[in-house]
Write a new protein. Structure first.
Length: 159
């Protein structure tokens, strides 16, 4: 992806720590869908509407921050599952707050129904919205929301 991309048709998808283990890690909580399958479902949903997906996973907070800083200025939206960083990463929160791309926070499990330390998200305050507990479908729902938002903005700018 080039940094000179137009902002209107690119969605950044970020997966935080341990999400590379999906399909094998606690399937009773996170399901059996792999990260590659999630990314493929997102790409398949984006293609008919001419959106490009830039997806990456990292177990390192700084790599996620770097992607937000690089693409958050040119992408029309960000879908982020921060994993455990949800609960304490002020650096990730600040990076999302600094860029114009609206972010949708996604969690496979319902974090409000889990251990008490998972109930609070430092990301939610800077996210455009949060989807939790809907499994891998949450990513595609977030994508559809962002694509609709872009289409609506384009329609209004053409008036």
């Amino acid at each position: 992806m080039s940094d000179a991309l137009t902002a209107t048709r690119t969605i950044l998808v970020l997966h935080g720590p341990n999400l590379n283990m999906l399909g094998r890690r606690q399937p009773e909580i996170y399901g059996t869908t792999t990260l590659d399958e999630i990314d493929e479902a997102i790409r398949q949903a984006a293609t008919p509407r001419s959106f490009e997906i830039v997806a990456m996973q990292s177990n390192y907070e700084g790599a996620l921050v770097d992607h937000i800083q690089r693409y958050g200025w040119v992408a029309s939206g960000i879908i982020i599952n921060p994993g455990a960083l949800t609960h304490y990463s002020i650096a990730l929160r600040d990076a999302l707050a600094a860029v114009p791309a609206p972010a949708i926070e996604v969690h496979l499990s319902n974090i409000a129904a889990r251990e008490s330390f998972r109930h609070h998200s430092v990301i939610s305050a800077v996210a455009h919205g949060t989807i939790a507990g809907l499994g891998a479908s949450g990513y595609v729902l977030a994508l559809h929301y962002l694509m609709d938002l872009v289409d609506l903005e384009e329609a209004h700018s053409g008036e």
